[in-house]
Design a protein around this ligand. Structure first.
Ligand SMILES: [Zn+2]
Length: 306
């Protein structure tokens, strides 16, 4: 994906990996899928295998003089994360540099939540010790999410499927003095605000971009697939609080529609982002639509949603 321009912001995607997930984990409603999913790009549904591509990627924003990294994936050399995620050897940092953001230039690292696939590159292993990957960054952690995973509170939040993530990916940041624990809403810069989007995890959040009239939500795992836009009760395993997640999805759908905002989820397959439309009967997903940074239309700051 080439660099996109959203108002005054430049946006790049940095990929870690993409893996097949059975769509049946969400829904096998054939009529619904043929109406709203079959016409989307192939990654949203492989009709042969009935899988979709679960893309693990980070979003990099350059805006307001800051380089901001959102949701830094799982990372290399992890153990206990399960199939596809253990023992990765991915040139993620090289890809980040190719996107114009070498590790030492990142100013802000933000994790929408603290599942392992959203905070892994916070740290890298050096001589057997996990150390901060981005030495000049401030790492923002949302207070509620921080407490939910803090291993100093094991009785409060037992943790079966996200082992060692806090101690490997958060604690070293705190020990290095690079962590800032925030409450929401939190203004990162004039164009960026961290807002609550709870449910998938209790302290799950998102980043709202508002730049020169162009709006976008970097929505983490509020949605894993467009089927959840109209069926907010559908969810992948690992949801902390389904009732709250449903309310978050309903609220975000309304806002994104009303505002004409883009959605930049953490796991959608190519083109990885889009906006929402409503044909009077149902909300649906319209992939892509933002101008490339070198597109002359981008220089005008015109939002390209039509
Ligand atoms: Zn995730």
């Amino acid at each position: 994906m080439s660099t996109l321009r959203l108002g005054g912001a430049l946006v790049d995607r940095v990929a870690e990996q993409s893996l097949p997930v059975p769509l049946g984990l969400l829904t096998d409603d054939a009529a619904f899928l043929s109406r709203r999913v079959a016409q989307l790009p192939g990654g949203f549904l492989d009709q042969e295998s009935m899988t979709f591509r679960f893309s693990s990627h980070s979003w990099v924003l350059v805006v307001d003089g800051l380089t901001v990294l959102i949701d830094p994936c799982t990372g290399n050399g992890r153990k206990g994360r399960g199939p596809y995620f253990d023992d990765l050897e991915v040139p993620f940092l090289e890809r980040l540099a190719e996107a114009g953001a070498p590790a030492d230039t990142v100013d802000i690292v933000f994790c929408t939540h603290l599942h392992h696939d959203h905070c892994g590159w916070n740290t890298t292993q050096v001589d057997g010790t996990w150390v901060p990957t981005f030495p000049n960054a401030t790492y923002l952690f949302v207070d509620q999410e921080y407490r939910r995973w803090d291993t100093a509170n094991p009785d409060e939040h037992p943790n079966d499927f996200n082992p060692s993530t806090f101690d490997e990916c958060v604690r070293p940041i705190v020990d290095a003095g690079l962590a800032k624990v925030i409450s929401t809403p939190y203004v990162v810069s004039p164009s960026l605000t961290v807002e609550p989007a709870p449910g998938h995890t209790v302290g799950h959040t998102m980043v709202r971009l508002d730049s020169d009239g162009v709006l976008a939500y970097f929505s983490g795992d509020a949605f894993h697939h467009p089927v959840q836009l109209t069926r907010p009760e559908l969810h992948l395993p690992g949801c902390d609080d389904l009732a709250t997640a449903i309310a978050t999805r309903q609220s975000l759908v309304r806002r994104a529609l009303d505002e004409g905002a883009f959605l930049f989820p953490a796991h959608f397959p190519a083109p990885h982002y889009g906006h929402l439309a409503d044909d009077g009967e149902e909300v649906y997903f319209v992939p892509g639509g933002a101008p490339n940074a070198d597109d002359p239309r981008a220089a005008t700051g015109v939002q390209n949603l039509e």
